[in-house]
Design a protein around this ligand. Structure first.
Ligand code: ADP
Length: 470
């Protein structure tokens, strides 16, 4: 394994998680097994030690009531017929000289000196294991008697110690198995849990390399990491939209400004080359001012569209009387309508309230009315009607003008799109894009139906009072 790979593994969160959980797991399973073993060993040992303690108590009582000589007599008599006693007894006088030793045959190797020292020091339990394979294991307990003599009693505990050793082996085996399984499963789980984070990192890397289309795959697991992936994707979506908006706006600005700028340049060059009269110069300046105004309007409208589309347009939302705005806009366009010989018919039920930015709603109505009058023939009518429907405010702007060809309808809301026949009319091709973007920013929308030669009908909606806006 190369050192860089080892380094990566060491620094990866998955291995850190596995190591910490593995450590916790090993520590807690070891702790549990040690506790279980100690409890078990205590229970088993207590059984043997109870027998030795009983013997000590019995002999202690005899010595206390009848003296050490009687005790020795008692023990000797007790073991007279027993050629092979199964327990060990040793009595020492206060100066640690041997008074009696009864030991089963196999116990000859028991280190009596050490045993005597332990007894004199008051050590309660003394375990001695015969060295070498298959040697015996003995446990002794001692007591200082009333006369100052020392009494040592012992028993064979080989079977018990073998059983405990077997338990130790079993516990160790289980601990190792549990730890290996635990660490293995932990590693797989940590690896799986961190897979979404790795996806996130690789997506961020792809974006860093310039691929804005990269997205984090979601697994549909509905957990926090999946939610993070979805949120990250929607954030990317939004950023892409903003970037796209900026790119489009820049393209459109470049495209749309070129014409008025070229015209202004031509006017300036002509004015500079020819010997113009005062009046001629004045007209040239007026032409330049007009182109300048056109550039300003285009820029402002493009910026408005971008802001509305990307959700950064500031809207002063309030309770807006849409019926009042329809009346007001109709009044403004009445003069233009009369001039073109068109009848403007405003009509809306009172109590038509929307949650909107009044200035932006005026802008929407102005654009739609402007188009309706622009594309109408003299003698036609233009209707502006407002009503409430499904908690929304709807407004219809209908004309009896030239209509929109079917193939143009899907494109009229695009920026800078102008119908072929519209080229003879003034316009930037930005009005409807702005209308749609502004309505969308409010949480509303616009629909169009049109028939060539018969007229067009635009219906837009805004959230009514009580409906969420934007
Ligand atoms: P313009 O400045 O060209 O009017 P708009 O964005 O307002 O730009 O409209 C886009 C195109 O939609 C127009 O060029 C025209 O072809 C078509 N259009 C919009 N409104 C109407 C209407 N009321 N009647 C016929 N055509 C229309």
């Amino acid at each position: 394994m190369s050192s860089s790979l080892l380094d990566r593994i060491r620094h990866s969160t998955a291995s850190k998680l596995t190591a910490s959980y593995g450590f916790l797991y090993i520590a807690s399973s070891l702790f549990l097994f040690v506790i279980a073993y100690m409890l078990l060993a205590n229970v088993v040992r207590a059984q043997d030690q109870k027998l030795l303690t009983e013997k000590l108590n019995e002999y202690g009582y005899i010595e206390r009531t009848k003296g050490v000589g009687a005790l020795i007599e008692f023990i000797r008599r007790d073991n007279e017929e027993d050629t092979e006693p199964d327990y060990f007894v040793r009595i020492l006088d206060p100066a640690r000289r041997e008074l009696l030793t009864i030991a089963p045959p196999g116990w000859s190797a028991v280190p009596k000196e050490e045993l005597d020292t332990q007894a004199a020091e008051g050590v309660k339990w003394y375990l001695w294991e015969q060295p070498g394979l298959g040697g015996g294991v003995y446990e002794f307990s001692s007591r200082k008697l009333a006369s100052g003599a020392f009494l040592i009693v012992g028993g064979d505990v080989k079977q018990r110690e073998e059983l405990l050793a077997e338990f130790q082996r079993i516990f160790l085996g289980i601990t190792i198995t549990v730890v290996v399984i635990g660490v293995g499963v932990g590693a797989v789980l940590a690896n799986r849990t961190l897979a979404p984070i790795r996806d996130l990192i690789s997506t961020v890397n792809s974006i860093g390399r310039g691929s804005m289309a990269a997205r984090v795959p979601t697994r549909g697991t509905d957990d926090e990491l999946d939610e993070l992936a979805s949120l990250f994707n929607s954030m990317l979506e939004r950023i892409s939209l903003l970037i796209q908006g900026m790119r489009d706006a820049l393209d459109n600005v470049a495209h749309d400004l070129r014409t008025p700028l070229t015209r202004a340049k031509a006017v300036v060059e002509t004015a500079l080359q020819s010997n113009l009269s005062k009046q001629g110069l004045r007209e040239a300046l007026m032409d330049i001012a007009e182109e300048n105004e056109r550039i300003r309007t285009t820029l402002n409208t493009l910026m408005d569209i971008s802001e509305a589309e990307t959700g950064t347009m500031h809207l002063s939302l309030e309770r807006v009387d849409v019926a009042g705005l329809i009346e007001e806009s109709a009044e403004i366009y009445e003069y233009l309508a009369q001039e073109k010989g068109i009848i403007l018919v405003p009509d809306s039920s009172p109590g038509l309230y929307a949650v909107a930015d009044a200035g932006r709603v005026r802008q929407v109505l102005a654009n739609l009315l402007d188009n309706a009058l622009k594309y109408s023939k003299p003698g036609g009518q233009v209707f502006v009607t407002g009503w409430n429907e499904d908690g929304q405010v709807r407004v219809l702007v209908r004309d009896e003008g030239e209509g929109i060809p079917g193939e143009d309808i899907p494109r009229i809301f695009e920026r800078l799109y102008r119908g072929d026949k519209s080229r003879s009319h003034r316009g930037l091709g930005l009005g409807l894009s702005l209308v749609k973007a502004v309505l969308k920013a409010h949480g509303g929308d616009i629909q169009v139906t049109s028939e060539v030669g018969k007229g067009s009908e635009f219906v837009f909606s805004l959230p009514g009072v009580g409906q969420p806006a934007g």
